[in-house]
Design a protein around this ligand. Structure first.
Ligand code: HEC
Ligand code: HEC
Length: 437
């Protein structure tokens, strides 16, 4: 299989090369120089590109090409077990996926850390943020704020497929940056693939040398050629060329899948819109969202409960930290989350729900989504069926927050009816459609 997928990538490169060579143009692959893309591909799987010194990891150790350029728990665990097996015979055996910075006990044991629970069981990677000046962490046992100036959150490795279709798009900006109209990473904190690659080299690969701009450009060029299917690639071509209408990236659909597409348009596309399915196209719906994927999740006290989210596994509950925010008015607000998303960039809580940055994430693209389970920033949904169940709870939750008879655009197509909800009989069709993207 690995071979097959590489063939797809290479044949895409090669066929584009052949096509453009015939037309006597400089060789172009998916809108970038083929030479740059080829060099970026080499750097992507090279632990020391251009001889730069790091921790022995390459981009491809986490964004595994044979796994649709992401990392699944099954593959992290298999690699861990194989590493341990090899260590029985060779104490120096190494797998660069496992570096102390991504061990659970890194903060207490530093370079000796070796508890890889989050990585093995959920394929989660440590991402560290400096705390905004008005934010403190709360000690779990004493309830007092701590002297910590940074916080660790644990995030799943997104695919780099289709990044040419996602990222900043200039549409429907929010009030606060960074990247008020879309970006890369789960919180959209980077505005370009170059900026993203530089940060990845420094944080995940612990490079001690500065990567050159040319290297970053090449990596970005390569990433722009990586698609989940030739259809997604053709769509990106269309976007680049400004075609109207854009090519349809869906394959031929069955009757059931077509029904699912109609459900998607009503229940999902107001957030997962645009060519990348990652743009919130309506100015009435805010660009970044809290879709209650963080842990712990809201629990309804009404009986019978009006909404029921799946409970988070204990492992994710262990990653929860309590934050204390001091608002501009001097008010202190405490909230708990395994990953509060964009608020770590802005420190802004306490406004009306759409303006508050707590637990807000960028909307990810969905092309090729069947290949990249589990889902959400913390891998808390194992399957697309679980994702859809989560959204059923989400719409019920939104309804429960509102005064009777008032429905915000996120749950209503006309502000009057609660009609974006997925009905039980629509679930199978929606999942069938998602599996065709
Ligand atoms: C240790 C594992 C690891 C390594 C090594 C790694 N990444 Fe990532 N990558 C991640 C994680 C985790 C995220 C999500 C981080 C976040 O949202 O804060 C991510 C996010 C990304 C994204 C954003 C995708 C999107 O849709 O927004 C891109 C692009 C990317 N990585 C490219 C790279 C490149 C290029 C390299 C090598 C220079 C690299 N990564 C190395 C784990 C890794
Ligand atoms: C209110 C905006 C909003 C709506 C409506 C919405 N989504 Fe999402 N979606 C998001 C955000 C934000 C995330 C990122 C959450 C995270 O990473 O924790 C996301 C994540 C996802 C993911 C996980 C992607 C991944 O790579 O892990 C899937 C799948 C998904 N949504 C499908 C859907 C479907 C299907 C619907 C319709 C039933 C839908 N979404 C409706 C905002 C929305």
């Amino acid at each position: 299989m690995t071979g097959m997928r590489w063939v797809f990538i290479f044949s895409t490169l090669v066929s584009t090369v052949v096509f453009t060579a015939r037309s006597q143009q400089p060789q172009e692959c998916a809108g970038v120089s083929c030479e740059a893309a080829a060099s970026g591909l080499r750097a992507f799987s090279d632990p020391s590109p251009q001889g730069l010194r790091g921790n022995g990891r390459a981009c491809a150790d986490c964004h595994i090409p044979s796994e649709h350029f992401q990392l699944s728990p099954a593959s992290a665990e298999a690699r861990y077990l194989y590493w341990q097996l090899r260590r029985q015979f060779d104490p120096a055996a190494d797998d660069p996926l496992f570096r102390p910075i991504d061990a659970n006990d890194f903060r207490s044991n530093g370079g000796q850390a070796n508890d890889y629970t989050n990585l093995r069981e959920l394929a989660l990677i440590r991402v560290t943020f400096p705390l905004p000046p008005n934010v403190k962490l709360v000690d779990f046992s004493t309830g007092n704020t701590t002297a910590e100036s940074s916080v660790d959150v644990w995030r799943a490795v997104p695919s780099v497929q289709n990044v040419a279709l996602t990222g900043p798009d200039g549409q429907n900006p929010v009030a606060r940056g960074p990247n008020s109209a879309g970006g890369y990473q789960r919180d959209a904190r980077f505005g370009s693939l170059q900026e993203q690659a530089r940060a990845a080299f420094q944080s995940h690969q612990e490079l001690i040398d500065e990567p050159s701009q040319a290297l970053l450009d090449d990596v970005a060029a390569f990433e722009k050629t990586v698609f989940s299917s030739p259809r997604a690639g053709a769509l990106a071509d269309g976007v680049r060329q400004g075609l109207a209408p854009l090519p349809n990236a869906d394959p031929p659909l069955t009757e059931v899948e077509t029904k699912g597409k109609v459900v998607f348009a009503r229940a999902c596309a107001h957030c997962h819109g645009g060519a990348g399915m990652s743009t919130t196209p309506l100015p009435v719906v805010v660009r970044y969202h809290d879709t209650a994927t963080s842990c712990p999740r809201p629990v309804d006290t009404a009986n019978p409960p009006r909404f029921v989210y799946a409970q988070c596994p204990p492992l994710l509950e262990n990653n929860v930290r309590t934050y204390e925010f001091t608002t501009a008015a001097g008010q202190k607000i405490r909230r708990a989350s395994d990953d509060p998303g964009r608020v770590l960039l802005t420190g802004f809580v306490g406004g009306a729900p759409p303006t508050d940055d707590w637990n807000k994430f960028d909307v990810p693209g969905l092309r090729g989504i069947r290949h990249t389970a589990p889902y959400f920033h913390n891998h808390s949904a194992a399957t697309l069926e679980e994702v859809v169940d989560h959204y059923i709870a989400f719409f019920n939750f939104v309804r429960a927050q509102q005064p009777p008879g008032v429905f915000p655009p996120v749950a209503s197509t006309n502000g009057v009816a609660f009609d974006r909800q997925i009905q039980p009989e629509e679930k199978a069709a929606l999942v069938a459609y998602l599996k065709r993207l």
